[in-house]
Design a protein around this ligand. Structure first.
Ligand SMILES: *[C@@H]1O[C@H](CO)[C@@H](O)[C@H](O)[C@H]1NC(C)=O
Ligand SMILES: *[C@@H]1O[C@H](CO)[C@@H](O)[C@H](O)[C@H]1NC(C)=O
Length: 468
C-alpha cells in the first residue's frame, strides 16, 4: 500500500481519500442517488479537489474518536458499528470528543446503504466529513483482525498508517465465533493498545489464546431498543409476500411462525434447525418456519439447497406432509426489520458459535421468545428467565474454512425439538420470557447504557495518554 507523502499533522482524512478512490466513488454514487443539491454540491467539490479545501479549523473540542468499520456493508460488524455510532451520537451529553467515521474492512453495498434511514445517512455524511488531527484522536478499528494494518486483503488499513504512535491510542474492536483466536490474529491484537470484545466468553478465549490480559476489555453491544420495540409498529411485514415456499403446502394462514435470520453457512446451524423442525412437526401442525438468509461464499439458490438437504435426510414424510418452510432471500431493508420480527411468534437460531448474535438480541428487544445455543456470545445475555438457552453437551471440530481445527458448539437436534415444541405449546410461558427478554435488553444494552460505557473508556484513555 503506497502512502502519500507529507501526511504528518495533516487532518488524516485528506490523505486517505487520495488512495481510497473506491470509497470515494461509492459515496459519490450514493450522494447522487439520495442527497439534496446542497449536500451533493458540497461533497462533490470536496471530493474533486480535496487538497484545495479552505482550511476550516475544527471547533472545540479538538479531541476525536475515529471509528473505522464496514459501515457500508451488510453484516454483523456493520450493524454493530452503526449501533455504537448512533448510541454515542444520541446519548452523549457534552462529550469532550467529536466522532468521525470511515468505511473499512469489507466490501460496500449500495442496497444496504439505500435501506438505511434518511437521518442515519445524513449523520454518516456529517461524521465522515469530520476532520481529526491524529495526535488528538483515538482510533477504533472495528473489524476482523485480518483487516487491521497491514491488511491481508484490499481495504483501507486501520490504523491508517500502522502503529507508529501517530494517534493517541488505537483500539481493536473484534470478536470470534470459535473457542480460540488464530496465532496471526493474536499477534495483530497485541499490536493494539486495547482490544474490546463483547462478552466474558471472549475475554476468556482471547486471553487463553495469548492476547495480553491488560489489553482485553469487555464492551458489550448496544441494541436499538427504540427501533426494535413492538409497541412502535401497528403492522407486521406481510410474510407471504416476502417469503418463497420451499417445503409444505402453504395455504390459508401461517399458524405459529418461527423466524430465523442468518448468513448461509454451517456455523449458523441451519442443518440442525431443519432437522429438528422437520422431525418434530408435520403438515398437520399449523406451523411455519421462515428463514431470512443471504449468501456467504455460496450461490443464493437456497430453495434447492434445502430440498437437496431434505432428500439426503431420508425423512418419512408421513400422511400430512412436511411442515411449511419459507425462504426470504431478498434484501430486507433495515427499516423493515422490526416489522419482520413482529410477524413472528418465536425466533430460533441453533448456532454453533456467535460473536454476539445481533438478530437474537433484536428479536428479544421485540419481545419475541428466542431459542438459541447457550455458547459463545449469547451467554452474555441469554438466560432461562428471558429465553430458551439451548444447552450444549457436545463440541465439534471446525472442518473447513479459516477456522479449521478450532472447536465450536454442536447443538443437539433432540434438545432443539423439545424447545421448539415447548414454545408452540406453552404460549403463556413464551410470552413471559419474551417480555423479560425486552426488559433485560432495555436495562443492560440500551444505547444510552452502552454509550456511557464506551465514553468512559475513551475518556479514561485520553486522560491516561495525555497526562504524561
Ligand atoms: C497536534 O498537532 C497540531 C498540528 O501540528 C498542533 O497544533 C496541536 O497542538 C497538537 N496537539 C497536541 C495535543 O499535541
Ligand atoms: C449457559 O452457559 C453459561 C455459561 O457457560 C452457564 O453459566 C449457564 O448455566 C448456561 N445455562 C444453561 C441453561 O445451560
Amino acid at each position: 500500500m503506497e502512502q502519500p507523502p507529507d501526511r504528518k499533522n495533516r487532518p488524516w482524512r485528506f490523505s486517505t481519500f487520495i488512495y481510497s478512490s473506491s470509497i470515494l466513488l461509492l459515496l459519490l454514487s450514493i450522494l447522487t442517488l439520495s442527497f439534496t443539491k446542497t449536500n451533493l454540491y458540497k461533497t462533490k467539490s470536496l471530493f474533486s479537489n480535496p487538497k484545495s479545501k479552505p482550511p476550516n479549523p475544527p471547533s472545540p473540542p479538538s479531541r476525536c474518536l475515529l471509528w473505522m468499520a464496514p459501515f457500508l456493508s451488510s453484516g454483523g460488524y456493520s450493524s454493530e458499528a452503526w449501533s455504537y455510532i448512533l448510541s454515542l451520537h444520541h446519548n452523549l451529553k457534552n462529550p469532550n470528543f467529536r466522532i468521525a467515521i470511515e468505511h473499512h474492512g469489507d466490501l460496500q453495498s449500495i442496497p444496504f446503504w439505500n435501506g438505511l434511514a434518511k437521518e442515519t445517512k445524513e449523520l454518516a455524511i456529517e461524521m465522515h466529513e469530520t476532520e481529526c488531527t491524529p495526535n488528538e484522536t483515538i482510533v477504533v478499528c472495528h473489524s476482523e483482525p485480518g483487516a487491521w494494518y497491514p491488511p491481508l486483503y484490499e481495504t483501507l488499513p486501520c490504523p491508517p498508517y500502522g502503529y507508529n504512535g501517530e494517534f493517541v491510542a488505537v483500539i481493536g474492536r473484534t470478536m470470534f465465533e470459535t473457542d480460540r483466536v488464530n496465532q496471526e490474529h493474536v499477534e495483530r491484537c497485541n499490536e493494539m493498545d486495547y482490544v474490546w470484545v463483547p462478552s466474558e466468553f471472549h475475554v476468556a478465549s482471547f486471553v487463553r489464546s495469548g492476547v495480553g490480559l491488560d489489553k482485553v476489555v469487555k464492551v458489550v453491544q448496544p441494541v436499538d431498543v427504540e427501533v426494535f420495540d413492538r409497541l412502535r409498529y401497528d403492522e407486521s411485514l406481510d410474510l407471504g409476500e416476502v417469503g418463497d415456499l420451499v417445503l409444505g403446502s402453504g395455504g390459508e394462514g401461517l399458524g405459529f411462525v418461527f423466524l430465523s435470520v442468518f448468513k448461509w453457512e454451517k456455523r449458523k446451524g441451519w442443518d440442525v434447525l431443519l432437522k429438528a423442525y422437520l422431525r418434530e412437526f408435520s403438515g398437520g401442525d399449523n406451523v411455519a418456519l421462515f428463514l431470512l438468509t443471504n449468501a456467504y461464499h455460496s450461490d443464493g439458490d437456497f430453495g434447492n439447497k434445502i430440498v437437496d438437504f431434505v432428500k439426503e435426510l431420508n425423512l418419512e414424510e408421513g400422511g400430512e406432509g412436511y411442515p411449511c418452510v419459507y425462504v426470504i432471500d431478498k434484501h430486507i431493508a433495515q427499516v423493515d426489520l422490526p416489522r419482520l420480527y413482529r410477524a413472528a411468534d418465536a425466533f430460533v437460531l441453533p448456532t454453533r458459535g456467535e460473536g454476539w448474535g445481533r438478530p437474537i438480541v433484536e428479536a428479544m428487544a421485540m419481545s419475541l421468545p428466542v431459542i438459541a445455543t447457550n455458547w459463545s456470545g449469547p451467554t452474555e445475555y441469554l438466560t432461562e428467565e428471558n429465553g430458551y438457552p439451548l444447552v450444549v453437551e457436545e463440541m465439534s471440530e471446525v472442518k473447513e474454512g479459516p477456522f479449521e481445527g478450532h472447536r465450536w458448539a454442536e447443538p443437539s437436534v433432540d434438545k432443539l425439538r423439545v424447545l421448539m415444541r415447548r414454545v408452540v405449546s406453552n404460549p403463556d410461558e413464551a410470552k413471559v420470557k419474551g417480555k423479560r427478554g425486552r426488559e433485560d435488553m432495555v436495562k443492560k444494552f440500551a444505547p444510552e447504557v452502552v454509550a456511557k460505557v464506551v465514553a468512559e473508556q475513551i475518556e479514561r484513555i485520553f486522560e491516561e495518554k495525555t497526562r504524561t
